[in-house]
Design a protein around this ligand. Structure first.
Ligand code: PRP
Length: 208
């Protein structure tokens, strides 16, 4: 039995579709239920930011989560496979027409992703003030809370609608299959079995 942590929403749906492709029907959560049991798997519905926490503490053996979230949290888990879904970027955005000038003193950067932001500017030896927000980050430059934001960009619509544009990409993200380090050893056969089956689905899609 493998326990699988999935983030609510689109990623959960897409992941369960992969399991359905592999094993056939029956991979649907009942209304509001957070656990789904099948003969060989137990699926948990958790918040996106909590997937790696469940896996790290071995409350789940494997999980599915965005690379951006993994990089932000830095928890020690095994990155098994890029599922080639949920592709997005983490980018710096500024008001349209403004230029990124890292030599300017006292730059303020608003973001949900403070660790990715901190790393990016530290690597360039630029000292910035990072303002942690929990959402609606695009507002910050508009009302003068920050000079720029670091945020997830998928279609670019949110930035555009708010008069912002990408001035610099920081990383590309997509959805990853991850495993707990101990589970990876103790349940190696089961983990590798599902890894190979999922990999086959992804590969078949790429050829199609
Ligand atoms: C992300 C991000 C942007 C938006 C970008 O938020 O923070 O607001 O999506 O997508 P777009 O480029 O397609 O417009 P998300 O919807 O993940 O919600 P969250 O703020 O709860 O993380």
């Amino acid at each position: 039995m493998l326990t699988v942590a999935l983030p609510k929403g689109r990623i959960a749906k897409e992941t369960l579709e992969i399991f359905e492709t592999i094993f056939g029907d029956g991979f649907k959560f009942d209304d509001r239920k957070l656990i789904l049991e099948t003969p060989n798997f137990r699926f948990l519905l958790v918040r996106n930011q909590d997937v790696a926490t469940y896996v790290y503490h071995q409350a789940a053996d494997i999980g599915v989560v965005g690379l951006d979230t993994l990089e932000e949290q830095g928890l020690d888990v095994v990155r098994l496979l890029d599922l080639k879904r949920g592709v997005c970027k983490v980018s710096i955005g500024m008001k349209v027409g403004e230029k990124l000038d890292l030599s300017k003193p006292e730059l303020k950067v608003a973001s949900k992703m403070v660790n990715i932001t901190k790393r990016y500017f530290e690597e360039r030896a630029v000292s910035v003030e990072i303002i942690k927000l929990n959402g609606s980050v695009e507002l910050a430059p508009l009302i003068g809370l920050a000079d720029m934001i670091v945020d997830v960009v998928e279609t670019g619509t949110t930035m555009k609608q708010n008069g912002l544009e990408v001035v610099q990409d920081i990383m590309t993200s997509s959805t990853y299959l991850i495993a707990n380090k101990n589970s990876y050893i103790a349940k190696k056969d089961a983990v590798l079995d599902i890894y190979e089956k999922i990999n086959a689905v992804i590969k078949a899609e790429q050829k199609a």
